[in-house]
Write a protein that binds this ligand. Structure first.
Ligand code: PXP
Length: 240
């Protein structure tokens, strides 16, 4: 059955806006699991703009489902992963100036270095997933690295500005999934998925897990606001 990995980065984004202790992504991950999340995803970026090293260490101790550590394939991050031992890692491209992960990683042009990265992680029993576009050449390259998984980037589908482009991008995800499965890869997908666009992707046969963050955290802020305001009024009267 299709599972949901909840990405908690943006809980940390709110915390880092004030460099304080709340909201805590570790606490959020416990609530997400209690609500039915099948996995917790956190992206430790080189610039530490949201998730911090402390979060990843604590998540490793507290997550009861599985911990998916998203990271760039750099020496610093490989060392951290080998130390923390997440349940799997998703390797993503990272550019300092980007607002979010903008596209899939280019495995085809880095094949020998990336094959080495996969073997170092998988030899330490950390399965690797490559975050790539639904592109034939990149999917073939992912298989050549011997990674267990790919995560198909659903951003182009999510950003589609009309139904024809949306359908074309959905088809590309379907074809990419089939191609990857035929090559023996396991397939996840994510990025930009929302309450409105998730269902067609969820219907693609063969995808195991969707990783969703921004839309869930955005909704949590709004559906929780009424209670939060009521509780502040109680606190002001020392009645909380
Ligand atoms: N998967 C990967 C590899 C990502 O980099 C991200 C964003 O951090 C997501 C999934 C989740 O994307 P979103 O926050 O748009 O749901």
């Amino acid at each position: 059955m299709l599972t949901l990995g909840v990405n908690i980065d943006h809980v940390a984004t709110i915390r880092q806006a004030r460099r304080t202790v709340e909201p805590d992504p570790v606490g959020a991950s416990v609530l997400a699991e209690l609500a039915g999340a099948d996995g917790i995803t956190a992206h430790l970026r080189e610039d530490r703009r949201h998730i911090q090293d402390r979060d990843v260490k604590l998540l490793r101790q507290t997550v009861r489902t599985h911990l998916n550590l998203e990271m760039a394939p750099t020496e610093e991050m490989i060392d951290i992963a080998l130390n923390i031992k997440p349940d799997y890692v998703t390797l993503v491209p990272e550019k300092r100036e980007e607002v979010t992960t903008e596209g899939g990683i280019d495995i085809a042009n880095n094949l020998s270095r990336f094959t080495d990265v996969v073997s170092r992680l998988q030899d330490a029993n950390i399965p690797v997933s490559w975050f790539i576009d639904a592109d034939k050449i990149q999917i073939e390259a992912a298989a050549k690295t011997k990674a267990l998984f790919i995560e198909l980037h659903t951003g182009k589908y999510a950003d589609a500005t009309n139904p024809e482009i949306e359908l074309k991008e959905l088809k590309a995800l379907e074809i990419g999934t089939k191609q990857a499965l035929d090559l023996g890869l396991r397939v996840n997908a994510g990025h930009g998925l929302t309450y409105w666009n998730v269902y067609p992707v969820a219907c693609i046969e063969g995808i195991e897990e969707l990783n969703i963050g921004h839309s869930i955290i955005s909704r949590a802020v709004l559906v929780g606001l009424e209670r939060a305001v009521k509780e502040m009024k109680l606190a002001m009267r020392n009645q909380l």
